[in-house]
Structure formats: C-alpha cells, structure tokens
Design a protein around this ligand. Sequence first.
Ligand code: ZN
Ligand code: ZN
Length: 233
Amino acid sequence: MHEHASARGAVETMIRSRDLEGLLRHAETIHGHRCPYLALGIKAGQYAMTYLDQENTGMEEIVAIVECNNCFTDGIQVVTGCTFGNNALIFRDLGKTAVTVALRGNGRGLRLVVRPQYREEMLARYPAAGPLFQKVVVQRNAPPEEEHHLDHIWPAIAYKELERPLEDSLLVKEVSVKLPPYARIFPSVVCSQCGESVMEPRVRLVQGQPTCLTCAGAEYAELTGQGVGCGRS
Ligand SMILES: [Zn+2]
Ligand SMILES: [Zn+2]
C-alpha cells in the first residue's frame, strides 16, 4: 500500500508541496464554500504545519488553539487535522481571527493572527465584493441574482488571496504554550429520567438519582454563532 493512501495523507502531501489550491478545494468539503477567510485559514495552517514539520494522525500530535468560530477556523481544522472530535482543537472565545498551532510534546509552536488592516485592504482590492458581501451575508436581504454573483466572485477572490504573500495578511510569532492534559476517557452513566447514556462529569444527582443536565434543567456551556454561552433546555 502507498505510504500516503489515506485521505489525511493526501492533505499532508499538499501541505509539504505547498498546494494551497488543493487544500482550499479540500476544505470546501466541510466549509461548504470557498471564501477569503477560509483561504486565510488554509495559509495559516499550511505555514504552521510546515514550520512544525510533524504529521498529524489525529492522536493529538499537534494542538490548535483557535480564538473565534468563523471561516478561518474551518481552514485551520482541515489543514492541521485538529478537530473537536479528536480533542486537538481548543476554542478560546477571544473573538480574534487567530490560531496557535503547537506540538503536543513540548508546547512549541506558532501563533498567527490576521493583521488588523487586512479586511479593509482585501476588500479594496475587489471593489465590487464589499458592498455585495454586506448585502448578501451581513444584511441577508439580497435578491437571488446578487447571491448568485457572490457565489461566483467569492471563490475567485479566495484563490487570488491564496497567491499573496503571507505577511500581507498574517502576523506570525514563535510561542511556547502550556497545554491542558491529554483528553480523558470518562465512564458513562445512564440518566435516571431519559435513559440516555451520559459522560460521568456531566451527571447531576437529583434526589439521589443520576440525571443528565437536560433532565436536571441545569445550565450547560454552549458554542453557537454568538460564541460560548450558557444554554438550558
Ligand atoms: Zn466562509
Ligand atoms: Zn436525561
């Protein structure tokens, strides 16, 4: 079998050959479209992975700390291979388009943050895009033909932005970070009310009976488009 027959291997190969277009195309599979901030996440991820020179097989070899949940973050997840599911993605709700990618072993890595002028400079390069984006995405009141137009120009802009030098868009700094312990595997407990299986640290005792947070009417942490907040069912 070929050394890089796995789908992740294909991503690792694109990282090493600096195939940014291939990575952007691949990222569309989870992000749903190609846009300039997805392209930025691709660039940041590719740069950090090349710097660290460590393949990621999803066993926490590498950890990514993201500071916002936007398009950029999906580019980071695809390229670094650090996701919610493999416990290698840490979300800090700081509202910055930034990422720190570090080696699990020693915490050595890079922090990349989008330059504050980037958005304005990028939109100035494509004068038609700014007002269209405002109407279609921000105000959500554009007619279908304008939505269709954005569908066409947004990927084109994303590809153009890929070709620009990294330092135009991102500030890069070497860092050494303190990482939390490896993910633990917790035992499961069955909720006495709904009968569903629950990770033990999320179980509350209600009248002495193990109860999930939903049945207990308790608050839980929730990540939405507004950031991390409190939910209650
Ligand atoms: Zn996007
Ligand atoms: Zn329950």
